[in-house]
Design a protein around this ligand. Structure first.
Ligand code: UD1
Ligand code: UDP
Length: 367
């Protein structure tokens, strides 16, 4: 069976690499990897971590790329590759434009698609944008749905997607076995200066398209206010390479002694930072899944989430992008040990670290 895994951004790579390594263990499966290259540096960081060499790289990234060019470049460049390889299954992941365009390209060649991380829904097609529509359309195209949780399965059933749903857990938990180490030494130079044992660390990330512009500035202003009020707390913010993100972040919170702005961290640095920090403030999807496993409270810098499991469990709270709300919610967790303890529970609704094996089993059963 020839399985063709197509992915192109950092979060897809973090979650697909453990699966690729699992599939490569099975001699009945020939697993090929095709990168779209929607991301470049941030993608190669992850590939290096997992030691995976891609069979193809469509290399589509452009500076300040648009959704249209990402979509059309993938469709055009993937078609001849699929024609040459004619795999039995194309695997895509999650909700990026790579996921949707690759699924569509496979559909045009009538190749069945397996969707890893199927069934997540925010219920608003404009938030996150364009991810909610990307995953809706990818699930519609896919023949096989690998849903991380029961809730994700129910979402699919409610849309009339009935067959071939496998509840597997999220492969992001599988990734920890490659990245998280007890006596880990950070590789990023700035992290070497962070006193994890003396000071509380707040980890911040933000990059979502709907937050670009004023919402991101408001987020940064909230962080700035917190950094002034809490000189005993360090804020670590690995800044996404999107120029629109960098311009806003560096304009508002550069050169503040207790704010460490870093380049994107490699995955081992990031996962070990999550495991050691005090609190996370983020608009990332992946961090909402990773943090609960380490008992780290997450304040979500968005107005919704497609990951309600951790909200129900009490470790994730949606706070929006308003400066005052961000400041107040973080203040609560920094000042009130009881409020902190209530959120800092090591709860992991996203699986037992064996999601990749379940997906491999499901694929092998198709033979
Ligand atoms: C993309 C995904 C988003 C995901 C995010 C993870 C879409 C529409 N968006 O958003 O769902 O949450 O990745 O990070 O699929 N850039 C670089 N080097 C890199 C990566 C990006 O320079 O390695 C810059 C480029 O100028 C690029 C820009 O960032 O044009 C935006 O990249 P893009 O993939 O379009 O959007 P993201 O915000 O990264
Ligand atoms: N990540 C990383 N380095 C960073 C920021 C994030 O390795 O500097 C990892 C993070 O741990 C998670 C994934 O990248 O596994 C999430 O990516 P991102 O936030 O860019 O995308 P999203 O999950 O929001 O789609």
């Amino acid at each position: 069976m020839k399985v063709f895994a197509v992915f192109g951004t950092r979060p897809e790579a973090v979650k697909m690499c453990p699966l690729v390594l699992e599939l490569k263990k099975h001699k009945e499966i020939e697993c090929l990897v095709c990168l779209t290259g929607q991301h470049r540096e941030m993608l190669s960081q992850v590939m290096e971590t997992f030691g995976i060499k891609a069979d193809y790289n469509l290399d589509i990234m452009r500076n300040r790329q648009t959704l249209t060019t990402v979509t059309t470049d993938i469709l055009e460049r993937l078609e001849p590759v699929l024609y040459r390889e004619m795999p039995n299954v194309v695997l895509v992941h999650g909700d990026t434009t790579t996921s949707y365009a690759a699924a569509l390209a496979a559909f045009y060649r009538q190749i069945p698609v397996g969707h890893v991380e199927a069934g997540l829904r925010s219920g608003d097609i404009y938030s996150p944008f364009p991810e909610e529509m990307n995953r809706l359309m990818t699930d519609r195209i896919a023949t096989y749905h690998y849903a991380p949780t029961e809730q994700n399965r129910r979402n699919l059933l409610s849309e009339g997607i009935a067959g071939n749903i496998y509840v597997t857990g999220n492969t992001v938990i599988d990734a920890f076995s490659y990245t998280v180490k007890k006596n880990y030494i950070f590789q990023n130079a700035k992290l070497k200066h962070v006193s994890f044992w003396k000071r509380r660390i707040v980890l911040v990330t933000a990059h979502r398209r709907e937050n670009l512009g004023q919402p991101l500035i408001s987020i940064c202003q909230g962080i700035k206010r917190l950094s002034r009020e809490y000189p005993d707390v360090d804020f670590v913010y690995p800044v996404h390479l999107n120029p629109a993100v960098r311009e806003a972040v560096y304009a508002v919170i550069d050169n503040i002694p207790n704010i460490f702005l870093t380049e994107p961290l490699n995955v081992p640095d990031m996962h070990n930072l999550i495991s050691r920090c005090y609190l996370i403030m983020t608009d990332s999807g992946g961090l909402q899944e990773e943090a609960p496993a380490f008992g780290k409270p997450v304040l979500v810098l968005r107005t919704e989430t497609e990951r309600p499991e951790a909200v129900t469990a009490g470790t994730v709270k949606v706070v929006g992008v308003d400066e005052a709300a961000i400041y107040q919610e973080a203040k609560k967790l920094l000042d009130n040990p009881d409020a902190y303890r209530q959120m800092a529970q090591a709860i992991n609704p996203y699986g037992d670290g064996h999601a990749s094996e379940r997906i491999a089993e499901a694929l092998l059963a198709l033979k």
